[in-house]
Design a binder for this molecule. Sequence first.
Ligand code: UGB
Length: 598
Amino acid sequence: YKNLSLFSPDQIELAKMLLEMGQSHLFEHWPEPGIDDDEKRGYFDQVARLNASYPGGLASYIKTARELLADSKEGKNPFDGFTPSVPSGEVLAFGDDNFIQFEETGVREARNAAFVLVAGGLGERLGYNGIKVALPSESTTRTCFLQLYMESVLSLQDASCRLVQGECQTQIPFVIMTSDDTHARTLELLEANSYFGMKSTQVKLLKQEKVACLDDNDARLAVDPRNKYRIQTKPHGHGDVHSLLYSSGLLNEWRDAGRKWVLFFQDTNGLLFKAIPAALGVSATKQYHVNSLAVARKAKEAIGGITKLTHADGRTMVINVEYNQLDPLLRATGYPDGDVNCETGYSPFPGNINQLIFELGPYIEELTKTKGAIKEFVNPKYKDSSKTSFKSSTRLECMMQDYPKTLPPSARVGFTVMDTWLAYAPVKNNPEDAAKVPKGNPYHSTTSGEMAIYRANSLILRKAGIKVDDPVHQVFNGQEVEVWPRITWKPKWALTFADVQSRVRGSSFISQKSTMAIKGRNIFLEDLSLDGALVIDSVEDAEVKVGGSVQNKGWILENVDYKDTSVPEEVRIRGFRINKVEQLEKNFSEPGKFSLNT
Ligand code: UGB
């Protein structure tokens, strides 16, 4: 290139690196000096960003891409030499003594934890136009996922602090990994809602960068079809969270402040925090370096399977095998039927719900070696069986649950299986795709995610001694779901089963048509008979006994069609709206003891 004075020495170095890495095509279409000079300089801003945000830089990215693309072309099995088997882990049953004990330990440990939400995904399968964390987790209170998560962490913080003697000033750190697709809207949501009660300093946003797309098996970087002075980019996957945490310096900061645990979780699981205290208790009790939460998994369900892999040379690891790889792996290793349900009606491989708990010390030790780089994969869509060209550009991807792949065999990697109804109800599928899910498999839609919250709360109250009516079956957006009473409570009312037990007295009853929203902390259900809608709130220093018979017309679910664009998107995608016909609504705004006895 004739006019090098246009560029800074750093930019020239980057250009040299690209040329050495076989990327001369990137500059082939550049016009003579004097034309588009600003765009050309701007081009290197992007190259510098791509170079800096990848461990080892772009040269390393291109080198790894060539290796993985060659393996993919050859059809090399990433699990070559490994035999899968069903691993053994901790299996918990909600509400038994063991579970209660783990919950108590977990709450105690929580003040030494940090929470990391991965929320950089756009949710293409869901097709929702907003960011997923802004979606209401249910429509009774319209609490969005981010609010639910942040209030749960705040409640854990308070509950954990109450267990220590003396002052406890801890502020549990809350990190959100965003991407260009979600960053601005996540920040906006936080700011518009005063960080949902957290201190803004308690919350950190780490933005992941996309990675360069690849046009062919030689890993030639793709020029953005919309702008010839840009390299086309796509998301690299949730595995980026490890390198971002490492480079942010937060991990050492947390260690220096005495923190011990890092909990990773995903963007749309409204049940998650019902499982967290017990799972953290398991990590602490079993001294797991890595603990993955799991649930019983239906064969072929789109969640990874936790699998023990044993290599011919004796190495073993317990790792998530992603849903699209489990079936071929099983078929190739002596299970001719692949991924099928066993006599329990579920796959023998527990389903990974991607809620991970790491012990901070060993995590930092490992990242000091790897800098947070995670084993990647590539998934090109080839034009034909010669595998020489792609239908569209591809890129390297990585997953946060692949972290244990580089760990030594001495690492304590475990998992905890929870009841699905308690722990897992993600919102991932749009109504059309959800309606096509084979019968018996979960829909993972906005509708099923919301109904799962009501079901879990109903079952928990039943376990605590309240008589809760059976559900009815209803169809919304082509999905048949169980409709339980619409029971919701704020995390500050109850985080653990012991909390629920301590707030339920006497003998109470809730009918199927009922709605109950508990918003205050010291609210006690005592000999209540509810047949209608009850919304109850109280200030921190008020203690309210709720009993007697509450009967009214209640809140009714009315069908709406997801295609009806006159209805707001977050309503129509769940297939119903709530008609608030009649309710008893009480707010106890003064300190003191009160009784709602109608
Ligand atoms: N995410 C990011 O933050 N950045 C990205 O680049 C991509 C995603 P999906 P997926 O438990 O339900 C995962 O798309 O990847 C965030 C596990 O791999 O919802 O298909 C995104 O915002 C799988 O093993 O899920 O499958 C979201 O919060 C199984 O456990 C999260 O990453 C499955 O989830 C997950 O992204 C599950």
